[in-house]
Write a new protein. Structure first.
Length: 377
C-alpha cells in the first residue's frame, strides 16, 4: 500500500511571483545585504503598518534584540515578558544580561494577563526597580488584551515591544498588530504566515529609532571612508535575495490570511460534534490571522494530547503540542514568574493542527477524518 503523503504543520507556500523577483535580484547582481528589493520590501511593509518606519532584518529574534537595545535595556535590568511563547521572545533579554520576569496568560486570548502584569510592575516598583520594557506576544496570531495592557504600560510609562512574529496580518479594532507598542516585531521564518526563507522586521513610529536600528544591524559603522566604530554592532540586515522573496510574499499576505481563516473555520465546523475538543475564539475587535489552528482537549477525556498526536502521526500527519511556557523551561528556571496556571493547563491539553495554506481540500479532510476516527472508535 502506498503511504499517504506527509501533511506538515505549517510549510512555506511560495508562488511564481517570488521566483521572478529572486531572478530579478540575481540578474541585477543585488545579492548583498543591501539593494533595491530591501528598500521596496521596507516600503511595502510600512504601508501595512500605519506608515511606520521599518527596518528589514535577518530574523525576528534580531528585531527583538535591537528593540530591547533601543528601549535602553542594559545588564541587570528587569524586562517583563509573556511566559506562554516561543523561547525567541525571551532569549534576547538574556543576550543583554538582563532578567526576564515572566507573566502568565489569561483564558480568553491566551496572551499576557493584564492583572498579573500590573502585579508584577507594582512589586518591582515597591523594590525600587522599574522594569525597563514589556515584551508582549500575540500568540498564534491572536491579539492580546491590548486595551488593558497598553493602558497599564502607559500608566507606568514602560515601553512595549510587541512580538507580532506570529501575527502579521492580524488586527485589533482594525489596527495592525505590531503598531500598538513602541516597537513591533515580525518574523519571516520558513514556518510563519509569509516567509523570506529567514528574516524579520522591526517597526517603529520614530524614524530616528529605525535609523539607529539599521546602523546597529550593519556593524555600527560610523561616518568615515575607513572602518570606524564607537559602538558594538551586529550583522542583522536581511539579504536582498530574501527581501525579493518577501516582496512577492507580501502581495499574497491577505490571501494567506483568508486561507488560514478558512482552514480554522473548516476545523471548527467539522469537529464541533466532538464535545471534548474546543477552539480559541476571537473576541470583540479581534481579527486573527489564525497562523495555526489550535485545539484544547477536555481534561476528563480518555484521549489526551499525546494520544491524539501519535494517532495523527500514524496517518503521516504532523501536529504539535502548544508552546511550553517559559517559566517551566530549564534555562529560565531561576527567573521570576507571575503564574496563574492558565498557560501550563493549555500546554497540558492543547495541540496545533496542520494549518498550511499549501494544503488541498483533500488534505484537510484527511486530518479531520483521522481525528474523528479516534473519537468515533
Ligand atoms: C518565530 C518567532 C520568533 C522569532 O522569529 P525568527 O524570525 O525565527 O527569529 C519570535 N517570537 C515568536 C512568538 C515566534 O513565533
Amino acid at each position: 500500500m502506498k503511504e499517504d503523503k506527509k501533511i506538515w504543520l505549517s510549510p512555506p507556500h511560495i508562488g511564481n511571483k517570488e521566483k521572478e523577483l529572486v531572478k530579478e535580484a540575481f540578474n541585477t547582481n543585488w545579492i548583498a545585504p543591501v539593494g533595491p528589493h530591501i528598500d521596496s520590501f521596507e516600503i511595502e511593509l510600512a504601508k501595512r503598518s500605519r506608515n511606520s518606519n521599518v527596518a528589514a532584518l535577518s530574523s525576528g529574534t534580531a528585531a527583538i534584540h535591537l528593540a530591547l537595545i533601543l528601549a535602553g535595556v542594559q545588564r541587570g535590568d528587569d524586562v517583563i515578558c509573556s511566559s506562554f511563547t516561543f523561547s525567541a521572545s525571551a532569549n534576547p533579554i538574556k543576550y543583554l544580561g538582563a532578567n526576564p520576569i515572566f507573566v502568565d496568560s489569561e483564558q480568553e486570548s491566551w496572551n499576557m494577563c493584564p492583572f498579573l502584569l500590573e502585579k508584577a510592575i507594582k512589586d518591582a516598583l515597591s523594590k525600587n526597580k522599574k522594569p525597563k520594557a514589556i515584551v508582549l506576544v500575540h500568540l498564534y496570531g491572536m491579539p492580546a488584551k491590548l486595551d488593558q495592557i497598553m493602558r497599564i504600560a502607559n500608566d507606568y510609562d514602560i515601553p512595549v515591544i510587541e512580538d507580532a512574529a506570529e501575527a502579521l496580518g492580524s488586527t485589533y479594532n482594525s489596527q495592525p498588530l505590531g503598531t500598538f507598542g513602541d516597537f513591533g516585531v515580525y518574523s519571516f521564518n520558513g514556518n510563519k504566515i509569509i516567509t523570506t526563507s529567514g528574516g524579520g522586521a522591526l517597526v517603529c513610529e520614530d524614524k530616528a529609532m529605525i535609523d539607529k536600528a539599521r546602523f546597529l544591524a550593519t556593524q555600527a559603522r560610523d561616518e568615515a571612508p575607513h572602518y570606524e566604530h564607537s559602538q558594538i554592532g551586529y550583522n542583522y540586515r536581511i539579504s536582498n535575495v530574501c527581501a525579493a522573496i518577501g516582496l512577492g510574499q507580501l502581495e499574497v499576505l491577505d490571501e494567506r490570511v483568508m486561507q488560514k481563516r478558512k482552514i480554522n473555520e473548516y476545523y471548527k465546523n467539522e469537529l464541533s460534534t466532538i464535545n471534548d475538543i474546543s477552539f480559541l475564539e476571537e473576541r470583540d475587535g479581534s481579527y486573527s490571522n489564525f497562523w495555526l489552528t489550535t485545539i484544547v482537549l477536555d481534561s476528563n477525556s480518555a484521549i489526551d494530547k499525546r494520544k491524539l498526536r501519535l494517532h495523527l502521526e500514524k496517518g503521516n500527519i504532523e501536529s504539535r503540542p502548544l508552546w511550553k511556557p517559559m517559566h517551566l523551561q530549564p534555562i529560565f528556571s531561576n527567573c521570576k514568574a507571575y503564574v496563574n496556571g492558565v498557560s501550563v493547563d493549555l500546554f497540558n491539553r492543547g495541540l496545533c493542527l496542520p494549518s498550511g495554506t499549501y494544503m488541498t481540500d483533500e488534505d484537510i479532510k484527511r486530518v479531520v477524518t483521522k481525528i474523528k476516527e479516534l473519537y468515533e472508535a
